[in-house]
Ligand binder design. Structure first.
Ligand SMILES: Nc1ncnc2c1ncn2[C@@H]1O[C@H](COP(=O)(O)OP(=O)(O)OP(=O)(O)O)[C@@H](O)[C@H]1O
Ligand SMILES: [Mg+2]
Length: 321
């Protein structure tokens, strides 16, 4: 590939300057999450019958795939199923009441139930911590029913294994796997600015990237890795099932009728793409075709100005070198 005007190193520099969450911020947010975790853990150790059994950092901050504009810290909290209300709203109220017990120094209004999570807001600086409940029935591997942040439904899944799944891929492709994910998420963010209805969940992007990595694609050259991602979307049309065998075998996957099948790597019965309509998937494919064309054009453009113009079609106006 010709990279005279914008090279792999330029994309890496752009990622560093504009896309990635700076390390100092990430450390500070992780520390904020550990303080929340410590409060809950201490309260639990002093009150063994407390029904909040575990709390952990989840989401992009835990996976190392967060973008610079991260706007809250995601945590997941295991609620003992024996007492947990089955209605979502009641469950969130219940979680808020219990969290307030663990945070006696906070004003009750700092702990607020939202639609599908409970938010803890801190005074002064720092981000809000968004806590999602998981109904827990003592599974030794920490499976439980996670409240979907998309529609409030209960998803049988396992956050610690999701983290392990990503960690494994990061170990086989240090730096690059997570970086290419963040670049793809930057593309999604840019597509959302252009089209308010565009959606492409981060978890799905990560699983597609994991499939490409597992299939032997090279992630160390960012223009090429991005092009591989867009080519995969365009040529597969997202019609083939995306699955993994870290935690189960293919024979355990039931038949799914949904347009896109990206199977949760920790639960063969959960299709992580089940909410996507034909129209939404077509928009993803179209956008991937455009992005692939833009990268091709960037790689053959004869001036630096044109090259930047094409990369901006992928990443938006923040792309400058
Ligand atoms: N459909 C799903 N099935 C199972 N688990 C899910 C599903 N959706 C989300 N999760 C869990 O929630 C976590 C957060 O996912 P999501 O991709 O929505 O946000 P994120 O990684 O925090 O990215 P960002 O907030 O930057 O967009 C996932 O890593 C996964 O553990
Ligand atoms: Mg998140």
């Amino acid at each position: 590939m010709s990279k005279v005007h914008v090279s792999h190193a330029d994309i890496a520099q752009y990622a560093n300057d504009k896309v990635n969450l700076p390390k100092e911020w990430a450390d500070e947010y992780r520390e904020q999450a550990s303080r929340v975790r410590e409060k809950v853990t201490t309260y639990l150790s002093e009150h063994p019958d407390f029904t909040l059994k575990k709390i952990l950092l989840s989401g992009s901050l835990a996976k190392g795939t967060a973008l610079k504009n991260l706007n809250d810290i995601d945590m997941a909290c295991y609620v003992d199923c024996s007492e947990a209300p089955s209605e979502t709203k009641d469950l969130l109220d219940y979680l808020a009441v219990r969290l307030r017990k663990a945070f006696p120094n906070m004003k009750p209004e700092q702990v607020q139930p939202k639609t599908y999570s409970v938010t803890i807001s801190f005074k002064g600086t720092g981000l809000d911590v968004d806590i999602v409940p998981i109904i827990y029935d003592n599974d030794p591997d920490w499976y439980g029913k996670l409240i979907s942040q998309d529609d409030g439904s209960f998803l049988d899944t396992c956050i610690p294994r999701h983290l392990e799944f990503i960690r494994k891929r990061k170990a086989s492709s240090p730096t690059h796997f997570a970086q290419v994910i963040r670049l793809a998420k930057q593309w999604v963010k840019n597509m959302k600015l252009e089209n308010r209805d565009f959606k492409f969940k981060s978890f799905m992007v990560e699983l597609i990237m994991a499939k490409l990595l597992d299939g032997g694609k090279d992630f160390s050259d960012y223009p090429e890795a991005m092009q591989n991602f867009f080519t995969y979307l365009a040529t597969s049309d997202l019609k083939e099932i995306i699955k993994f065998n870290d935690y189960y075998s293919g024979s355990q996957i039931p038949a799914f009728n949904e347009r896109v099948k990206i199977i949760d790597p920790v639960n063969p019965k959960n299709n992580a793409a089940k909410l996507y309509t034909n129209q939404q998937v077509n928009a993803i494919i179209e956008a991937a075709l455009d992005a692939g064309d833009a990268i091709d054009a960037a790689l053959t453009a004869t001036t630096k100005e044109r090259t930047i113009y094409y990369w901006q079609k992928v990443f938006g106006p923040s792309f400058q070198i």
